[in-house]
Ligand binder design. Structure first.
Ligand code: ATP
Ligand code: MG
Length: 357
């Protein structure tokens, strides 16, 4: 059956980079029999301008009906003064909640051709290939009670609550173990079980789920140690699974191990592996409209879509190999450009990936 992809270009460089990923999908359809159709809808600031809402009903409906969503990026200084409820970022949060996307997958892969972009010593990061699975809809970001109260002497106090229930932990743990089966068969669960009750339960439930995966090795690490190990010896990890807040911090840390923000894709999945796919970078207003943005993070996000939602892992491998090929050819957008390589724009890079395919 034809699978439907909702393409939400969004703001800033979003439309430029999703157009290149669209070319790649079109090539797969034409040359390799990928059975998909795409439809576009607005999200973020552009959607606010047209519909007075960052996530118009038509867009949420399209995203819900689609098998997968490919998102560019949202936000930009033009919309910074808007009230919180209609800020572009609300469009993103509305999609996550509206689609029930509870697992965020962020690979951090170091392409050998870009080794010099990492801030770490080459021997520490050479061959790095880790996957961080972050829980996305629970934890201290959503837990109740939350708020600010005034104490007796007029002093204010503010609080948030870390909350996790068993089913929330179990389902994201399964995503991590399933992913590990397709990779290095190791899962490291990150918590703070020496201090926080919510993460004592986290450790208990992850350990329980691990019994369903006797072929995957499970270890546990406290988050402070994990933050240190990620920069000390990141290659010890295969899959890291952790809660919303720790995952937020550790995934940004991990992205820096590889150098360029323009190279890193992400996936957010629901219970049936339906998902939203987007580059980890933002709308980059400073370079929007200049045709210089790196489209590879979005093209690699489309590859994740092929692997996790469209059941087309061989095509995902093909796209990833094509990206490696264009790097081998020495093609670089400005963000990853170094001496001795050829500087290209957004479109040239997308065309080169299609040619390599
Ligand atoms: P957000 O809040 O949406 O995450 P941000 O302000 O944190 O956005 P980005 O929009 O990701 O950050 O931009 C950070 C820097 O990285 C900017 O200088 C931007 O130009 C650069 N950048 C981001 N994405 C790309 C890309 N695809 N290609 C080249 N440079 C990029
Ligand atoms: Mg950011």
């Amino acid at each position: 059956m034809t699978k439907k992809i909702a393409v939400l270009p969004g703001d800033g460089i979003g439309p430029e980079v999703t157009a290149e990923a669209g070319k790649v999908l079109e090539c797969l359809r034409r040359e390799f029999g990928l059975d998909v159709e795409t439809e576009q809808a607005p999200v973020g600031g552009t959607a606010y301008d047209a519909h007075r809402h960052p996530l118009p009903d038509v867009t949420l409906k399209l995203a819900r009906e689609a098998d997968a969503v490919l998102l560019g990026a949202v936000g930009g200084p033009r919309w910074d003064a808007l009230p919180m409820a209609v800020r572009p970022e609300k469009g993103l949060l509305g999609l996550r909640a509206g689609l029930g996307l509870f697992a965020n997958l962020r690979p951090a892969i170091l392409y050998p051709q870009l080794a010099s972009a990492s801030s770490l010593r080459p021997e520490v990061v050479a061959g790095l290939d880790i996957l961080i699975v972050r829980e996305l809809t629970g934890d201290i970001y959503f837990g109740e009670p939350r708020g600010t109260r005034t104490l007796e002497k007029g002093e204010r106090q503010a609080y948030n609550t870390m909350v996790y229930s068993e089913h929330e932990i179990a389902r994201v743990a399964r995503v991590a173990f399933d992913a590990a089966r397709r990779r290095g068969r190791k899962v490291c669960s990150v918590d703070k079980a020496n201090v926080l009750e919510a993460t004592v339960l986290w450790r208990e439930v992850v350990t329980h789920v691990a019994r369903e995966y006797p072929d995957v090795e499970l270890s546990h690490m406290y988050v402070d140690n994990a933050a240190m190990q990620l920069v000390r010896a990141p290659k010890q990890f295969d899959v890291i699974v952790t809660g919303n807040m720790f995952g937020d911090i550790l995934s940004d840390e991990a992205s820096m191990l590889t150098g360029s923000i323009g190279m890193l894709p992400s996936a957010s999945l629901d219970a049936r592996n339906k998902g939203m796919y987007e580059p980890i970078h933002g709308s980059a207003p400073d370079i929007a409209g200049k045709g210089v943005a790196n489209p590879l993070a979005t093209i690699l996000s489309a590859a994740m879509m092929l692997r996790y939602t469209l059941g087309a892992a061989p095509l995902a491998d093909r796209v990833e190999r094509a990206v490696s090929t264009v790097l081998d050819q020495g093609l670089r957008t400005a963000d990853i450009h170094t001496e001795g390589t050829k500087r290209v724009g957004t479109r040239e890079m997308g065309d080169a990936v299609v040619a390599a395919l």
